[in-house]
Write a protein that binds this ligand. Structure first.
Ligand code: PLP
Length: 295
């Protein structure tokens, strides 16, 4: 008997629609998006279409979307890039006690570079102590990084409120939204964040691709040096296959999000197909923890 897979926080299977979007890139559109000839132009078109699809889901402009190799890289780029870019202004970072290692370990590495890190505790339900967070923000604070939803217990943090507190003090805000993008509405402007992490394999795209929302005007230290890919922000030939998959996954999420959230599995509630199919994790309501995204 095939075991039933329920660990959608760890990873999700590639959606057939996502696989279909990737297939032409595997079979024929192998060009380098930086090439000027017809093969390159087609690859560039695919990358930019996907950028638009990610931007639509996040409610931002395509120029604010940077493609990365996944959640870990996006978090590294956001936290190190912001902290180092603002080093002259201050050396203090605020984060929470329940961050994924892809933020926690980055903060640890930065503390070895001379940054001070305040780790804000959470209550019994995993919610960040807002009063403690506000108290922790000081004159030397350059970044607040608090995840959107926790990968172990699913607690959704009040990121919009955190962003208001931080931005009142002129402090940049990053949120690791690896567990929420594609599962609940995530609008970068509504959240008021400057930086937001997307991990492809948590929303039915392949592993090894992700994105970082960088609010227009926010400058990060260059993370990957090399040629001028991604508008000079991340060197390296784009992962066209993965990017096409991420774009398709974001497109599907944007189209289906409301239906998926309105009472999955119950007749007449907007859940259009069998979310209880063997490859799906299903619960009666969709939370970041049960990973259901049905069509
Ligand atoms: C909250 C959170 N952030 C970051 C990551 C890392 O993402 P990736 O596996 O794409 O590097 C994960 C993956 O488990 C996660 O759950």
């Amino acid at each position: 008997m095939k075991p039933i897979y329920l660990d959608y926080n760890a990873t999700t299977p590639i959606d057939p629609e996502v696989a279909a979007a990737m297939l032409p890139c595997i079979r024929e559109h192998f060009g380098n998006p930086s090439s000027a000839h017809v093969y390159g132009v087609e690859a560039r078109r695919i990358v930019e279409e996907a950028r638009g699809q990610v931007a639509s889901l996040l409610g931002c402009s395509p120029g604010e979307v940077l493609f990365t190799s996944g959640g870990t890289e996006s978090n590294n780029h956001a936290v190190k890039g912001a902290a180092r870019a603002l080093r002259r202004r201050g050396n203090h970072i605020v984060t929470s006690a329940v961050e994924h290692p892809a933020v926690m370990e980055v903060c640890r590495a930065l503390s070895a570079e001379g940054f001070e890190v305040s780790v804000i505790p959470v209550d019994a339900t995993g919610l960040v102590d807002l009063a403690a967070l506000e108290r922790a923000i000081g004159d030397r604070t350059v970044l607040v990084s608090v995840m959107h939803a926790n990968n172990e217990v699913g607690t959704i943090q009040p990121v919009a409120e955190i962003a208001r507190l931080a931005r009142r003090r002129g402090v940049l805000v990053h949120t690791d939204a690896a567990q929420t993008v594609g599962k609940i509405p995530v609008d970068a402007a509504d959240l008021g964040v400057d930086l937001l992490t997307v991990a492809g394999h948590k929303l039915y795209a392949p592993k090894g691709v992700g994105a970082l929302y960088i609010r227009e005007g926010v400058r990060l230290e260059t993370f990957m040096h090399g040629a001028g890919h991604e508008a000079g922000r991340r060197a390296g030939t784009e992962n066209v296959i993965g990017i096409a998959g991420l774009g398709a996954a974001c497109e599907a999420a944007r189209r289906d999000l409301d239906g998926n959230r309105s009472g999955c599995g119950r007749p007449g509630t907007g859940c259009r197909t069998a979310c209880c199919a063997p490859s799906r994790a299903c619960a009666s309501t969709v939370t970041p923890n049960n990973g259901c995204r049905t069509r």
